[in-house]
Design a protein. Structure first.
Length: 124
């Protein structure tokens, strides 16, 4: 009975080896999977290149917008200084006309008071 048990055990070992060999035999399919990986790698690298170029374009546009923004700010500041100058000259002209008008009123009032005082003194 012992002799029968030994060959059975020996038969099982080669089957296990065959199973291992079948895994090794799948190695010819590896070049296909490698080529698939290369294709996917190319796709990803192309997509990366596209996104990088898009990012560069966006950065250029942002720089242009920033330059335009600063230019408009400078223009507005110039306009504000011009408006302030105009306002100051208008205020100064108003003040001078007010002074002239108030100066005329006080001098005319003084003259009229003097005339009335003279008339009153003559009547007495």
């Amino acid at each position: 009975m012992e002799s029968v048990d030994i060959p059975k055990v020996q038969e099982r070992k080669p089957q296990r080896e065959k199973a291992r060999k079948s895994k090794i035999m799948t190695s010819p399919s590896e070049p296909k999977s490698i080529s698939r990986l290369h294709v996917e790698l190319r796709k990803h690298s192309d997509a990366r290149k596209k996104t990088d170029s898009a990012i560069l374009v966006i950065r250029k546009e942002l720089k242009d917008l920033l330059l335009i923004h600063h230019a408009t700010i400078k223009d507005l500041q110039k306009q504000m200084t011009q408006m302030r100058r105009k306002i100051v000259t208008i205020e100064n002209s108003r003040k001078s006309t007010k002074l002239k008008i108030s100066g005329k009123k006080t001098s005319s009032n003084k003259k009229s008071k003097k005339k009335t005082n003279k008339k009153k003194s003559k009547k007495r």
